[in-house]
Every structure is written in structure tokens, then in C-alpha cells.
Design a protein around this ligand. Structure first.
Ligand SMILES: Nc1ncnc2c1ncn2[C@@H]1O[C@H](COP(=O)(O)OP(=O)(O)OP(=O)(O)O)[C@@H](O)[C@H]1O
Length: 631
């Protein structure tokens, strides 16, 4: 497993310095996010981006008093929270407190055009031979050193008639063969830890996250009955763990870069960020589409030159269960399904793009129009799920004479911040309702990923608008990358554990190697999920009840009532009947552990007579062993 940049090593000081020069070089927030994307040379110097007033506030549509981001607020908004540099590398932070305490280890792109809804563009093209590709080692040497400077981009040389495109001899080659496609994991779970911010430092909050190669340990301080403190360790293993020193460039390399070539191979891929409000989801997600577009354009103009591929860009959000076009004055959109159960977003404006600069402008424009609000942890919190889609289309015969149809799609989802209901007690009703809606969709997302990975016949896409919209990204040949963002602070420990457990659950769904152990583990996870359905996202009782009673005004009129309500009711019922008991079965969650620096694959959880699901799990396990079938 890749460990670049995640371990403190002899180069850590360099990483550290680069990380912050990436993120904090300019005072201009616009420049800042381009820098953090490694694309500062694309910073718009013209006035083509509309003025803030153009999107300052969009009334109506039941948006109440919600605020929208203006151009001045970019994803690094609120950076006043951060000192520069912020934290020394985690390993250099004194872990003394933990050590002094008694330890307890718990096993644990500009030609705008309206989207032609009735073109068959939601259908994937039949497989077409793509001649003339260069087949070389795509990732050769990338693990050894970080290419922070991105020389092919910094270079002022223009090649191939596409601005911002790399110099030929620096062009990375992609091998678009089937084998490569299947080599990219179906589900990849990556965790990113952000540095402590000013607020947390001011409160003397400790960094409780210790990162290793592809694992991390959370040091949770607890109190015994006699009020003496002890530290409980929670260990998790993921596909990659990115610490606070890791730049957005490396995040891209680890997460999205490997899936870019395969979207030319009839694959739909989704990358989403999950995590507590203020944990760095927007910071992490915002640079990714630009970097991916750059690579896609490079492939289109080099490897796939003159083959009729086109790149289309769209950007919308789901707020309160409704869809809004972020590139068209927040126009309300409708989601429809065609006869083939393909999802069509009626009215969504799509832009055909061929230059990175244009994409930069579109991202700026869309981000400025997002719904934001204030939460306890983030003054400018994203209260919507933002979905940015890059669709690769090609005319049916590859010559451009027939209408273009979708070949592959790459969706970037910046999910709204997850919150525990407990955190919403000092928030207004609107914020609490947002929280409930957000949690519902996160739960539905997890359920879909779970069902997909278990090859279940029924995928509960109707669980939420989010999953309905993402339906066509999950069926067929799809890839999912989940980036779990966490805060390192002791004050966010519970959130962090919830986020990691969600991530671990998603990860455990991946059959990856299809080893028997994995299958067994999936069985156990499924079993557990049946008894603990709302475990990781459910707000506490009081808030949950309030939120149910308060249902969204737009939904109350039944206009867009859908199966999600029913789903929600079912989940609520499960919860009411106490099926969440045993949620803290951390040994069930932390399925893989490290031992003496070696990663051990999933082990079945220990039997615990107090928890009946353990017996169920063992029974399931035995059945699989004896029958070779999942039960
Ligand atoms: N890895 C990081 N390095 C430096 N600063 C970071 C990092 N991650 C996040 N931040 C800063 O933390 C603050 C909150 O981040 P961000 O807005 O991305 O959180 P979020 O998870 O999207 O929150 P919400 O869900 O409420 O929208 C921002 O000021 C951002 O610049």
C-alpha cells in the first residue's frame, strides 16, 4: 500500500514546508485554492468570472435565510482559524499525556448548451476500440517523490493547441486496457487528517490522531468510575491514510488520478468526501476536479487525439432534498428516470469545455453559489451536497457526425458536513432540519454502497435524493473513492470515531481480493448492519424526534415525497426498538488491525455473550463455512 507522504520520514520537513506554501502563499483566497490545487498559473486575471453580486443571494425556493457563498469566500474561507504553520508533524507532538496515563487498547471546460435530456446520453456507449494508445507504466516512479511543482503545468510551453497542456515529453501515458481498468479498486477508502486549527490550539486541544502507513490510531481519553483518566486506543486500517503534511496534489494522486484513465473505458466513477463539519471536505474536494479535468484534457488531446471525445462540465447541489443548478442562477432542477431507469436531471446546464481556464472559472462560479450556513465547528459550513460532474462523451461513430453520448463520467461530491444531533442543540430549527436531511442521505449512501458491494439484487437508491441522483454512477462498471476527512483534536474525538467507523464499514464492504475472509467479514458486517442500521449517523433521540416532526417545508406538501420518507420511517422504527444497542461494539468495526507493524487482514470479531449479534455473526460465519454461501 502506498505510504508516500503519510509517514514522518527524513523528508517530512520538506513536506511540511511545501504543504503550507501550497496552501497559504497568497493572501488572495482565489489564488489560494488554485495554489492548493497546484494550478496557481491558472488564476483568473480577467473579469470573466461574474461579480459577487451576480450570485450574492438567491431568494425563493424555500431557502429561508440561508446564505450563499460569494466569490470572496472560497474554500479556504475561514482560514483565519489557522496559524501558519499550524502544527508540528504529529509524531513530533508530545504524546506524553497518553503515555503517562494508563492505557487500554480496545481491539479493536466555452460553448454552453442545455443538456439534451432526451438524447441517450445517460447510456454508456458500446465498447469501441481505441487505437494508438501508448501503453506504458502509468504510475512509474510516482511513489518515490512528490512532484509538487508539477513542471508540466508550470511550464509556459504550449503544446498540442490546448492551453495549459503539458509538454509532450512530460506527458504521462495511460494504458487504457481492460486489465488496467480492472486493477483499480472498486471501492477505495482514504482518510485525510487536517492540522489543528487556531481555535483548537487556543483551547489547548491535543492532537489525538497518530498516523502510520495505511493505518491510524485514535487516542481517546476516558474516565474511570473513580474519575481517573485512561486512554483507549482505536486502531483503523484503510487503503491510505494522509496526514496533515500531505498536500492536495498528493491527495489527488492517491485518490482520483488512478481512475481518470478508466473513465475513457466506459466507467463511471465517484469521488466523495465525508466527515464532520469543518473537517476539511471542501478544502480537500475543491482542487480535485480541476486536476482531473487537466488530466482528462491531456488524454483527450494526446492519447485519444482526433477520436471525437468531448468533455462536459456540470455543477449542481442538493439542498433540503431539492436540486439546484449552481451554474445557472441556482435554477431548481428536477430529477426524472427514463424507461431504462436512467437518471435525467431536467434543466441542468452542461458546458462543453476544452480549456482548464474555463473549468477554473466554472468551479469558482459554482462554488460561489453554494448554500452555506454556520455550524458550531465551521462558520461557513456547506449545508448542501455539491455534485460536480465531468462527463466524457463521444459521437456514436467517433467522427462527430452523430450526437455525442456519454462514455464515462467522473462525479465529485462534496458532502455536507455530518453532525451529531447533540451538536445541533444550540442551532436553529433550519440548521437542525438540515442536519437530519444530511444524516439521512449519508445513511442512504452507505446503504447503497453496502448493497452494491454485496451484489444485492435491490439497491436502495430511493433512500435519498443524493443516492437517486448518483444511481447511474453506481451501477455497471463503477468505481468509488471515499475520502474521510477528520479533525485531529481531542474535542472532536467522538465525531472522528464516527467518521472512521463509517469509513471502515464502507471499506469492509469491498471484497477487493475476494478472499474468503473478506466474504466472511462482509457477512458479519451485513449482519451487524441489519441490527444496527443507524449506528454511525443517527442523531440522538431528542433531536431525531424533533427532526422527524419538523420535516422539510418543501417536502411537507408532498410535492416531492418519495420512498426516502418511508425508508426514514423504517430506520426510525428500528432505532426506536432499541436495535442500536451495542453500537459501541468497536471490535466489530475495527475489523483489521496492525500487529508489530504488520497489517493483519480482517479477523472475525470476538464473541461477546452480552451482544446477541455476536452469536448471530458466528452463526452466519459457520453457515458460510459449511455451505460456502452467504446467508
Ligand atoms: N488539510 C488542511 N490544511 C489546512 N487547512 C485546512 C485543511 N483542511 C481544512 N482546512 C481549513 O479548515 C477550515 C474548514 O475546512 P472546510 O470548509 O473544507 O471543512 P468542511 O468539512 O467542508 O466543513 P463543512 O462540512 O461545514 O462545509 C477551512 O478554513 C479550511 O481552509
Amino acid at each position: 500500500m502506498n505510504a508516500v507522504g503519510r509517514q514522518r520520514s527524513g523528508t517530512s520537513a520538506v513536506h511540511h514546508q511545501r504543504q503550507y506554501s501550497d496552501n497559504f502563499l497568497e493572501a488572495s483566497s482565489n489564488g489560494r485554492w488554485l495554489q492548493s490545487a497546484g494550478l496557481q498559473h491558472f488564476q483568473s486575471s480577467n473579469n470573466s468570472v461574474p461579480s459577487p453580486q451576480d450570485f450574492g443571494y438567491y431568494g425563493g425556493e424555500g431557502q429561508g435565510t440561508r446564505m450563499y457563498r460569494n466569490v470572496q469566500r472560497t474554500f479556504t474561507g475561514g482560514s483565519d482559524l489557522f496559524a501558519e504553520p499550524l502544527t508540528p508533524p504529529a509524531n513530533s507532538r508530545p504524546l506524553g499525556n497518553w503515555k503517562n496515563r494508563e492505557e487500554q487498547v480496545s481491539p479493536n471546460e466555452f460553448s454552453p448548451g442545455l443538456l439534451d435530456l432526451h438524447s441517450l446520453d445517460t447510456e454508456l456507449l458500446p465498447e469501441m476500440a481505441v487505437p494508438g494508445h501508448t501503453s506504458s507504466v502509468y504510475h512509474a516512479g510516482r511513489r518515490g517523490s512528490f512532484d509538487y511543482s508539477e513542471p508540466y503545468l508550470v511550464s509556459s510551453k504550449q503544446t498540442g493547441g490546448v492551453r495549459g497542456m503539458p509538454d509532450n515529453n512530460l506527458l504521462k501515458s495511460f494504458a487504457p486496457d481492460k486489465e488496467k481498468t480492472s486493477n483499480v479498486a472498486k471501492i477505495k477508502v482514504v482518510v485525510r487528517k487536517r492540522p489543528l486549527n487556531k481555535k483548537e490550539l487556543a483551547k489547548n486541544e491535543e492532537d489525538i490522531i497518530e498516523t502510520h502507513f495505511n493505518s491510524l490510531t485514535v487516542h481517546e481519553t476516558k474516565l474511570k468510575v473513580d474519575l481517573t483518566e485512561y486512554v483507549e486506543k482505536h486502531e483503523f486500517v484503510f487503503d491510505a491514510v494522509l496526514n496533515e503534511e500531505v498536500s492536495n496534489d498528493e491527495v489527488y494522486r492517491e485518490t482520483v488520478e488512478p481512475i481518470v484513465p478508466i473513465i475513457f473505458q466506459r466507467t463511471k466513477a465517484t469521488c466523495f468526501a465525508y466527515g464532520q463539519t469543518g473537517s476539511g471536505k471542501t478544502y480537500t474536494m475543491k482542487p480535485l476536479p480541476l486536476k482531473a479535468s487537466r488530466d482528462i484534457l491531456r488524454l483527450m488531446h494526446h492519447t485519444y487525439r482526433n477520436q471525437g471525445f468531448q468533455l462536459f462540465f456540470s455543477f449542481f447541489e442538493i439542498y433540503g432534498g431539492k436540486l439546484f443548478d449552481l451554474l445557472n442562477d441556482r435554477k431548481k432542477l428536477c430529477m426524472r428516470e427514463d424507461g431504462k431507469q436512467q437518471v435525467c436531471i431536467v434543466g441542468l446546464q452542461e458546458y462543453r469545455v476544452s480549456e482548464v481556464e474555463t473549468i477554473t472559472e466554472l468551479i469558482e462560479k459554482g462554488s460561489a453559489a453554494r448554500s452555506t450556513g454556520t455550524t458550531g465547528a465551521n462558520e461557513e459550513s456547506s449545508r448542501s451536497h455539491a455534485i460536480l460532474q465531468l462527463a466524457i462523451k463521444r459521437s456514436g461513430d467517433g467522427s462527430g457526425s452523430k450526437p455525442a453520448r456519454v462514455v464515462g463520467k467522473l462525479s465529485f461530491i462534496d458532502l455536507a458536513g455530518s453532525e451529531r444531533g447533540a451538536d445541533t442543540t444550540d442551532n436553529d430549527r433550519q440548521t437542525r432540519m438540515e442536519g437530519a436531511e444530511i444524516n439521512k442521505s449519508l445513511l442512504a449512501l452507505k446503504e447503497c454502497i453496502r448493497a452494491l458491494d454485496n451484489d444485492q439484487g435491490h439497491i436502495p437508491f430511493r433512500g435519498s435524493k443524493l443516492t437517486e441522483v448518483l444511481r447511474d454512477s453506481f451501477v455497471g462498471d463503477s468505481r468509488t473513492v471515499m475520502i474521510s476527512c477528520i479533525s485531529p483534536s481531542s474535542g472532536s474525538c467522538e465525531h472522528t470515531l464516527n467518521t472512521l467507523r463509517y469509513a471502515d464499514r464502507v471499506k469492509s464492504l469491498s471484497k477487493g481480493n475476494n478472499s474468503k475472509k473478506d466474504i466472511l467479514s462482509s457477512t458479519l458486517n451485513l449482519k451487524e448492519s441489519m441490527t444496527l442500521p443507524l449506528a454511525s449517523v443517527l442523531p440522538p433521540a431528542s433531536t431525531f424526534e424533533d427532526d422527524i416532526a419538523d420535516s422539510w417545508p418543501e417536502q411537507a406538501d408532498g410535492e416531492e415525497y418519495d420512498a426516502s420518507e418511508k425508508f426514514y420511517e423504517q430506520e426510525k422504527s428500528s432505532w426506536k426498538h432499541g436495535k442500536l444497542e451495542g453500537y459501541s461494539l468497536s471490535n466489530m468495526e475495527d475489523t483489521r488491525r496492525r500487529d508489530n507493524g504488520q497489517t493483519n487482514w480482517k479477523v472475525p470479531p470476538k464473541s461477546d455473550p452480552k451482544h446477541s449479534h455476536s452469536d448471530d455473526g458466528l452463526n452466519a460465519l459457520l453457515k458460510v463455512i459449511t455451505t460456502g454461501k452467504l446467508v
